[in-house]
Design a protein. Structure first.
Length: 324
């Protein structure tokens, strides 16, 4: 549906300083303002995926801020987007949502300098985030090269854990694991911007690992091969996936791009559910040359991303994904 809507949108090629628009389904827009600076602009907001207002605010802010890192940028300011059903949610709870968002901005060292609020039927919170990047160091999602190694920065399974939470089946330890994953800012992106061997960069969010990897494949005119056994999977998510927990978005994701994915004939259904699982504030997906792999993984490890690992490779060929 989104593809159909965007197909009628005007192209952005008539703006020479717009380095990244909507043509490649990238994580943020990038506009060059001079020879050494470009603005990275993004916005993201959604309804609660957890019950705790403070955790919701933290997760929503992390999700929005990480899009700037996914372009190789450094955030410098945010604006808040707030929609709340007036009179139905306590003012104190709304304040906790906003406090959670501010807490993540404090971690990054940026102000929430304003924003906009409306009365809405469902609670909504998110941020507009602005960042800076050198025009020559922008990391797009459509510049990967044949032979590039694929590296994923975070474990998968947040959507599955959220589905279990909604049914009251997520244990406290698993909830802690979910919150830790969803509030871990993708800060390695800023260092990856300085590495010529990193050719493409994106983050894994609502379209799942396969969906965002396909965006790299389509934009770069390549096909990917990933090894399921190498994928980092959050331990609680693996157990829940095997028990049949899944989000509705997972099946919708598969319906939209499954024709371009080849899975082993005997693969358990939970494998497919995990590969299409929508992630909130998911990990960075990196395409880099083989010689740069160790340095990329070192950057992740140094910043506490213990799950970061190599998951596959990009090859010449029509856009597609082969899972082994």
């Amino acid at each position: 549906m989104l593809s159909e809507i965007l197909a009628t949108s005007p192209l952005t090629g008539s703006f020479p300083n717009l380095l990244v628009g909507n043509e490649s389904a990238d994580d943020a827009a990038v506009y060059k303002i001079n020879d050494t600076q470009a603005i990275v602009a993004t916005t993201d907001f959604f309804m609660p995926i957890v019950d705790d207002p403070y955790d919701f605010g933290r997760i929503a802010a992390t999700n929005a801020i990480s899009d700037v890192y996914a372009m190789g940028g450094k955030p410098f300011m945010a604006l808040a987007l707030l929609g709340m059903p007036v009179g139905k949610i306590p003012v104190e709870a709304i304040g906790r949502i906003c406090a959670g968002g501010k807490a993540m901005c404090d971690v990054v060292g940026i102000p929430i300098a304003g924003g906009h609020s409306i009365d809405s039927p469902e609670p909504i919170y998110g941020l507009v985030v602005l960042g800076l990047v050198h025009p020559d160091k922008v990391k797009r999602n459509d510049r990967a090269k044949a032979g590039d190694v694929l590296i994923l920065g975070k474990g998968l399974g947040v959507g599955i854990m959220s589905a279990a939470l909604k049914k009251g089946e997520l244990r406290p330890k698993a909830y802690e694991q979910m919150i830790e994953a969803c509030t871990k800012l993708n800060t390695p992106g800023q260092q990856l911007a300085d590495m010529p061997g990193v050719h493409a960069l994106t983050d894994v969010t609502g379209f799942g690992l396969l969906g965002h990897l396909l965006e790299i494949c389509r934009g770069s005119k390549l096909q990917a091969e990933i090894d399921f056994a190498k994928l980092p999977i959050l331990s609680a998510a693996k157990f829940l996936a095997e028990q049949g927990f899944v989000t509705g978005a997972s099946d919708r994701n598969w319906a939209s791009y499954g024709s371009l994915v080849t899975l082993p004939a005997s693969v358990p259904d939970w494998h497919r559910k995990l590969l299409t699982d929508p992630q909130t504030a998911g990990g960075l997906l990196v395409a880099c040359d083989a010689a740069t792999t160790v340095k990329v993984l070192d950057i992740f490890k140094q910043q506490g991303f213990e799950d970061a690992c190599e998951i596959g490779i990009l090859n010449a060929g029509s856009p597609a994904i082969f899972v082994t």
